[in-house]
Design a protein around this ligand. Structure first.
Ligand SMILES: [Zn+2]
Length: 140
């Protein structure tokens, strides 16, 4: 395994990146994905197999994992209720404090990547998945 950050540069009318020097590449590469790409730089694995694996195993698992990781990092910004014991180091007011309701929200799962989306009803019934970019329509 390796990890790299590569520059996306302009190549004619397309965008391109270069492979790290220690990666073995073939004449062609096979690629599958949308928001994330799965690449066989040797082109030995059929792109249909890459796509099937990406859809079944990578997209659903990755986006759930990633969302949970983000939520754990900044629980207060994400607005997730934490157990009271998580706040014991602070002196909390005894009386509950008033909070005003935000816009109405439905919790939905993206059909494409499985990501959990808090769908704000006031923004309309159609929108792109914030994780994979899939175009979604809310049907109630
Ligand atoms: Zn999605």
């Amino acid at each position: 395994m390796g990890k790299w950050r590569r520059r996306n540069y302009q190549l004619g009318g397309s965008r391109a990146l270069t492979y790290p020097s220690d990666i073995t590449v073939g004449e062609e590469a096979s690629v599958a994905g949308s928001r994330l790409l799965l690449i066989d730089p040797r082109g030995e694995i059929d792109e249909n197999d890459l796509e099937e694996f990406m859809e079944k195993h990578v997209e659903p698992v990755f986006w759930k994992w990633w969302e949970q990781k983000k939520a754990a990092k900044r629980p207060k910004i994400e607005g997730i209720m934490r157990p009271m014991e998580a706040e014991v180091e602070k002196v909390l007011p005894v009386q509950p404090q008033d909070v005003n309701p935000g816009p109405p929200v439905y919790l939905v799962s993206c059909r494409h990547c499985g990501g959990q989306i808090a769908w704000r009803l006031d923004l309309g019934p159609r929108g792109g998945c914030p994780y994979c970019g899939a175009w979604l329509q809310l049907t109630v």
